[in-house]
Design a protein around this ligand. Structure first.
Ligand SMILES: [Zn+2]
Length: 695
């Protein structure tokens, strides 16, 4: 492998020529990085599997895939065998004949449920690679499928290309024995398709990316204030009206005149696709029921369950724009609404509303064979409740007849009725944390984003963990916002996702089985294209995959970071627009400094690449925080650039980014960064990012 593998990974990378060109230019600049990473992906380090398998033995040996390699499977495993063959054929260009007979052939890849170890569980598998062949055994097709995913990762990263790649030896340079099964049954990803619309093809691509990481629950956020995205036959206006709005509401990049500046767009950012505009120029789109069936079937082939989310009683403006009669005050409502908590909520005192919602859920439940139906329930805060239910005669009548003293009880009443309806249809109601503010309906499960998991699990209800501080992929991936596409705020770096522990502290062993697993959520208020979705999701979703699949005691950040260098080559081969971290660590600070002002210096000679901006960022790790007075760039000990603003590196930092403008590089000079800092009862690391001067 080498530089040549950059090109092929991109030729099928995106759906618009503009994005491809943009990414090509971007990756061209990264060529050097790729070569370095490729060198680390070689055979010497052992397999770099993500997520890490439970048990793996690596021995001397090698297996070579050739045009005559047979794929052999038992009858029930035909679909899994075809899937694997399809992947291998696409990148190798080999014909790879398939057989379903039992005759052992040298050099074959065998997939079978026969003789599988039943103790491996419903998603477990055993994988053996020897010079004579490959064997994947699993008690279920899901297990075999995951075995096939692991096998793909044993080949060179180019195996993930969807077009044929030449000049690669399709060799597994080890003999391997793997026994593997996931730690958690819920390994999820939520994509918000309401704030921005992503086509059926986009969603299917995301499903493929999930499968690559053994993620198995796709939470499809289908309705919100800004858009209703699923066809409901009985209420056509939901999509005729609710799926469209005036503005795409895309956020920067903008130039100094405030105009959209797509020329200089960040590689993570791209404009909404043209297909997301209707013939009248409005922004939006929706999935027909046929589209939904197709996506669900597509996911099932990848052993992914699709969990639909229909938001209620809040985040309902798109529905109310179409049918304002189901609100307390009759509206009007518009999908051209800002992000955040809005006051468009369903009336919970009007019987007509329950008929409306039951009708919708009946159609939804027919489309989704999985057992979970997510009904939202979040962010109807007390102000919103008071402004709507608190002023509505029907809602207040329910309060009175049930003796409620608090508007949260009214939401409990609503969740109870919807939960009962969902239950009667053999499904499980799932809702955000807030549904647990009132007694939960029978069997209901909670998706915990703001706390409460321990109490909920102890009350006998299942919980999926997705706390904002570890799982919200709409947060920034760097403190240096000028180097990132515009995001909602906050900071969720890769290592923090990796440090996520889904089992809540303090939950006694007897209740731990109620924690189903973990999930990352991508809200898309500021994300309007698939390329941007991929930028926000990867590699953070790779970390979540390992958190939810691999044994807790095997997780190791340094080891993961090392494997990720190879794994990123797979993402590149697959054409994923994952985030590349272009900053480099230049040093650390520790709690030893004393006095009101101290200078710390780091040698950066090797990082000086030319004239331009050098961004110095302070990333806090531990302690009380570091006051920063100023940062300077020294050339042979003499200051040549400085940024004198006051900053503070802490858990909640303030202005921790320093920009040093170097006008010209002096040959053979020694460069260092010097920070003047205050009392430092803390530690952290310092990074440098180079932005060349515009030509
Ligand atoms: Zn009402």
């Amino acid at each position: 492998m080498g530089g040549g593998n950059i090109e092929f990974g991109l030729s099928q990378s995106a759906d618009s020529g503009q994005i491809v060109l943009q990414m090509r230019a971007y990756l061209f600049a990264l060529g050097a990085f790729f070569l370095t990473a490729a060198a680390f992906g070689g055979a010497t380090n052992g397999p770099a599997i993500v997520p890490l398998p439970q048990k793996m033995e690596v021995k001397e040996g090698r297996f070579l895939l050739g045009p005559a390699t047979r794929i052999q499977m038992d009858e029930p495993s035909a679909a899994t065998g075809e899937y694997l063959a399809g992947k291998l054929r696409a990148s190798t260009g080999y014909s790879l004949p398939i057989y379903t007979n039992d005759e052992p052939v040298k050099g074959r890849i065998e997939l079978t449920t026969k003789g599988a170890n039943g103790a491996l569980g419903p998603e477990g598998y055993e994988l053996d690679v020897t010079p004579d062949g490959v064997s994947i055994k699993a008690p279920t097709q899901a297990g075999l499928f995951y075995g096939a995913q692991t096998l793909l990762q044993l080949f060179p990263p180019q195996i993930f290309s969807s077009t044929s790649v030449t000049k690669v030896a399709w060799e597994i340079p080890w003999a391997v024995h793997i026994e593997d099964e996931p730690r958690f049954q819920w390994r999820g990803f939520m994509l918000d398709c309401a704030r921005h619309f992503f086509s059926k093809e986009d969603v299917e691509r995301v499903l493929n990316e999930m499968a690559l990481h053994k993620l198995n629950m796709f939470h499809w956020h289908l309705t919100d204030d800004q858009g209703w995205r699923i066809e409901i036959k009985k209420y056509p206006k939901l999509t005729e009206v609710g799926a469209w709005r005036k503005n795409a509401s895309v956020t920067p990049p903008r130039n100094d005149d405030g105009e959209l500046d797509t020329q200089n767009a960040h590689p993570g950012w791209s404009a909404p696709p043209k297909s997301a505009y209707g013939s009248d120029g409005r922004y939006g789109g929706f999935y027909s029921q046929d589209d939904v069936r197709e996506v669900v079937a597509y996911a099932a082939k990848l052993h992914i369950t699709v969990v639909p989310e229909i938001e209620m009683p809040g985040h309902a403006i798109a529905a109310l724009a179409a049918y304002p009669e189901y609100s307390c005050d009759g509206g009007p409502f518009s999908t051209d609404t800002g992000a955040g908590v809005n006051r468009g909520v369903f009336c919970v005192g009007d019987e007509k509303v329950y008929t409306f919602l039951d009708d919708i859920l009946s159609e939804v439940m027919q489309l989704f064979p999985g057992k979970y139906i997510h009904v939202g329930g979040d962010e109807v805060d007390m102000a919103a409740k008071k402004a709507t239910w608190g002023k509505c005669d029907s809602c207040l009548a329910i309060m009175k007849s049930h003796g409620y003293t608090n508007l949260d009880q009214l939401q409990g009443y609503f969740t109870g009725r919807i939960g009962k309806f969902v239950n009667e249809h053999g499904k499980v109601l799932l809702g955000w944390s807030e549904i647990a503010d009132a007694p939960l309906p029978k069997n209901a499960a909670v998706m915990d984003w703001i706390g409460g998991a321990v109490k909920t699990a102890m009350s006998g209800h299942d919980v999926v963990m997705c706390p904002t501080s570890y799982c919200y992929l709409d947060y920034y991936q760097s403190l240096d916002h000028s180097t990132e596409p515009y995001a909602i705020g906050n900071f969720l770096p890769l290592d923090r996702v990796y440090s996520f522990e889904p089992m809540p502290k303090g939950l006694e062993a007897q209740y731990q089985s109620h924690i189903l697993g973990g999930q990352c959520n991508l809200w898309t208020e500021y994300v309007a294209s698939l390329a941007h979705v991929e930028y926000m999701a990867f590699p953070r979703l790779c970390a979540l995959a390992e958190v939810t699949w691999s044994p807790k005691d095997k997780r190791n950040w340094d080891d993961f970071s090392q494997r990720l260098r190879t794994h990123e080559l797979r993402l590149a081969a697959f054409g994923v627009n994952y985030r590349r971290d272009l900053s480099v660590p230049i040093g650390e600070w520790k709690s030893s400094a004393s006095g009101n002002s101290t200078n710390i210096q780091w040698d950066v000679t090797s990082q000086i690449k030319g004239a331009g901006q050098y961004h110095i960022v302070f990333y806090f790790a531990k302690g009380s925080g570091l006051p920063i007075h100023s940062v300077a760039l020294l050339e042979d000990g003499k200051e040549v650039a400085a940024d004198n603003h006051a900053g503070y590196a802490a858990r909640n930092p303030s202005n921790p980014v320093y920009v040093l403008n170097l006008t010209a590089v002096k040959e053979n000079a020694k460069y260092s960064v010097q920070a003047s800092v205050g009392k430092a009862n803390s530690s952290g690391k310092v990074t440098l990012y180079f932005k060349p001067k515009a030509q």
